[in-house]
Design a protein around this ligand. Structure first.
Ligand code: ADP
Ligand code: MG
Ligand code: MG
Length: 252
């Protein structure tokens, strides 16, 4: 079964330490949520796990099914089954959505095992319908001129087509209206399986009304300071983060 382990992960940006030792273990079938105030390093964690060059990992260990992730380049991480939907997806000029998707899928499947064009198109059309994405988006350049909600739905389309082992969603709910939120959540729930683990990063509890996590972690000042079940997210929604700070004697 899938196992994703983060141990003592530290990372810095431009010489400033942001992640101060993160420990996390995600098994296939589990949904973990990370919540926390703005600026605590949630996106830094997502970016460091995906190997974004701006973030320098200075200590710790990350493995997917026992393989050393920190030794892998960004592409190798994707091939190993890591998928990241970013808070701010980037545009890729000159590459259509469907071309991008098909090469990503084929890279993941490996040489000699490429998906047939017919099968690819059929799958893409089905998934696009499920996500209520306009069919013309297949032929648009990746993320170019997409609205916030369209970008997010498109990231979920990528996730569905790529069949990853570990899915990291960074504020996939930000800027979504309630209908788009429901569509995105349905997409995630449809992908729940014993073979796949999720890390859902969110500032607000709202998304977790639609996707029930098994574990909720609170991140503050670059550390996971508290873990619990779904009830922890509900308490944070109701009472904010101050009580956690008080309980732990965190001053900011
Ligand atoms: P969160 O996602 O929890 O809101 P971030 O990981 O985006 O937090 O940011 C954590 C800290 O790192 C903040 O103090 C932020 O200003 C800083 N930071 C994030 N990205 C950069 C960057 N590219 N350059 C410099 N500082 C950054
Ligand atoms: Mg933020
Ligand atoms: Mg963030």
């Amino acid at each position: 079964a899938t196992s994703f382990v983060v141990e003592g992960l530290k990372a810095e940006i431009e010489g400033k330490e942001i992640l101060k030792g993160i420990d996390l273990e995600i098994k296939g079938g589990e949904i973990h949520a990370i919540m926390g105030p703005n600026g605590t390093g949630k996106s830094t964690l997502a970016s460091a796990l995906m190997g974004h060059p701006k973030y320098e990992v200075t200590d710790g260990k990350v493995t997917i099914d026992g393989e050393d992730v920190l030794e892998m380049g960004v592409d190798e991480r994707a091939l190993a089954g890591l998928f990241l939907a970013m808070q701010y997806p980037s545009e890729i000029a000159g590459v259509t959505n469907s071309d991008f998707l098909r090469s990503a899928i084929n890279a993941r499947r490996g040489e000699g095992n490429e998906i047939s064009l017919i099968k690819f198109i059929r799958q893409m059309e089905t998934k696009m319908k499920e996500l209520e994405i306009n069919p013309e988006f297949a032929h648009r350049y990746l993320n170019e001129g997409f609205s916030g909600g369209e970008k997010k739905r498109n990231e979920i389309l990528q996730m569905m087509m790529l069949d990853p082992k570990i899915v990291i969603l960074d504020e996939i709910d930000s800027g979504l209206d309630i209908d788009a939120l429901r569509i995105v959540a349905n997409g995630v729930n449809a992908m729940r399986s014993e073979e796949r683990g999720f890390l859902i990063i969110t500032h607000y509890q709202r998304l977790l009304n639609y996707i029930t996590p098994d574990y909720v972690h609170v991140m503050m000042q670059g550390r996971i300071v508290k873990s619990g079940g779904p009830e922890l997210a509900e308490r944070l929604e109701r009472d904010g983060y101050d009580w956690v700070k008080e309980e732990l004697g965190i001053v900011d």
